[in-house]
Design a protein. Structure first.
Length: 181
């Protein structure tokens, strides 16, 4: 049985502007464990409760002074809502992340966490464990990993794009990738 990401994704998305403080972010996170980060209204990154603990609290920094953009994780790894759940679990394992942002026609519509996958599909806990042990050694499930799209900032032109790809160690948008060739 194929379980699609849209079957298990959470659509309760909350966003925050990159110029807000960590204190403001934390207040918004009482019911969610992550916030999507916007610049001029466009989503390009994410912050999680773990980020706040590790990057701000544990370092003794002042949550009133540190801004969201100082600790944002970007680019965002996205998958289409019709993709197989196993693809998300594989990508999480391979990249060491716990969340994947879900899109419909390129627009962000949801989020899936490793916990969601484990909760809805108990067998996939094993898959995650197996993936951790053999990450990079076996690719048992997925062929088209290149299909994954990334939302973020192009390192060449600075534009935000939903089609970011790694080219020789740099994140580039479609236009800049063309120039590179
Ligand atoms: Zn560019």
């Amino acid at each position: 049985m194929v379980v699609k990401l849209k079957d298990i994704m959470s659509t309760k998305l909350m966003t925050i502007d990159e110029n807000k403080t960590i204190e403001e972010a934390a207040k918004k996170m009482k019911k969610v464990s992550s916030l999507l980060v916007k610049r001029k209204g466009k989503i390009y990154g994410i912050i999680t409760d773990t980020d706040i603990v590790k990057k701000v609290v544990a370092k003794g920094l002042n949550p009133k002074k540190v801004k969201v953009k100082d600790i944002v994780s970007t680019p965002l790894i996205t998958l289409d809502e019709n993709e197989d759940v196993r693809k998300a679990s594989y990508i999480m394992t391979k990249r060491g992340i716990k969340r994947v942002v879900i899109t419909r026609n390129g627009k962000v519509v949801g989020i899936v966490t490793a916990t969601d996958i484990a909760r809805y599909i108990p067998d996939y806990i094993d898959l995650l464990e197996i993936g951790k042990k053999y990450a990079g050694v076996e690719r048992p499930i997925l062929e088209n990993l290149e299909d994954e799209l990334l939302i973020g900032e192009c390192e060449e032109c600075g534009n935000l794009t939903s089609d970011l790809k790694l080219v020789n160690g740099r994140w580039l948008c479609e236009d800049c990738r063309e120039e590179w060739k």
